[in-house]
Design a protein around this ligand. Sequence first.
Ligand code: PLP
Length: 445
Amino acid sequence: MDTKHLYEISQKHMWLPFTQMKDYEEAPLIIESGEGVRLKDIHGNEYLDGYSSLWLNVHGHRRLEIDDAIKEQLDRIAHSTLLGAANVPSIQLAEKLIQLTPEGLTRVFYSDSGAESVEIAIKMAYQYWQNKGITEKTKFVTLANGYHGDTVGAISVGSIDIYHRVYSALMFNSFAVPFPSASWHPSGDEQTAKEESLAAMRTLFEEHHEQIAGLIVESMVQGAGGMHMMPAGYLKELERLCGEFQILFIVDEVATGFGRTGKMFAVEHEGVSPDIMTIAKGITGGYLPIAATVTTEEVYEAFYGDYKEMKTFFHGHSYTGNQLGCAAALANLAIFEKENLVEQAARKAEYVKKLLTEINTLPHVGEIRQLGLMCGIEIVKDKATNEPFPAEERTAYRATLRMRELGMLTRPLGNVIVFMPPLASSYEDLDEMAVIMKQAIHEIS
Ligand code: PLP
């Protein structure tokens, strides 16, 4: 392998997603292979995968059962369209997903990414009301600081200023209600933040429910917003309010689904069953781009009828329901069952909590937030006052570059270091990752 040539071509012809290419030029990284929770670059350097290759790897890399399932599927067919024709693994996967997702969800609509599963949810909710003849219901409600993906529809229901402001002229307007976080509320009190957020939601629903098609929220954790957890009872109350005001409740499980929070889906923490649920990332164990929007029979029936009624759901991409991806997802879910992985992940989360307690003693660590194996470590200038470092110093980013030198990969979210190891990380792997994080954070000055 000509590593110099690869490097030069990557500099000359590549444009990486969510990446300032000047940063990449200063600290390039080219991954060549992976095994278990380790990735290897073209120079032979190894890195622990501390962010599950962007929050999706479940069993580590090159898991034999998933590799074999893809190879077996390749011997039959790699892809055929799902437009007007189902395929075998997509049907088998739909059956499995309906068994795993909350009661009431009965229909699976496939797509290729988390953002697309959200686009579909938005279009589906909008058209549901159109098809029912309730045409004024066209608006969406979201939570401030939410993230649902980067396509134009998904950013229209997202509200992280740094990602969304630049595209504001392209976006449709949504209502945003404050997220109930103690750390953002002036009182610093979670219960007060929760009550105020719910009161704001109720007021908005009372005034505008006739125009509101759906409420979309991340499930229990605002991930990209910096790993902020919802208070207990909040998601359940949102479900109740949506029911009261005839608003579709859309829950985004793209980041939280498939064991990440210590339950198969994070809605299980609250016993919530949404009208529409979006899933992606961990669905194939982190192997291939499959996503899905799962909904109820009631939503589905609003689209069912003679073609001339024009109720058809007009959405579908070339690779929707790809057979290789569905085969990988089936193998992934079989391992979940065989190894009781969700319970194992919940136990590992307890272990991680202890490891993070040690990290919490470091001088530049502020709040540490965690649900399951979804963790955010806030980096602050002053521990006593929680004063952040100036944004332009990019302290958390620099700390993750140091982690890379020490042998672990992750990406920060502003001043928050993300720690999301693969669910199947061993206790020794977790120890190693914690040692690296501790050293890099300790060196912050
Ligand atoms: N929704 C949530 C909650 C996410 O965290 C993400 C990505 O991080 C997305 C949607 C978008 O998923 P994707 O990157 O697969 O498009």
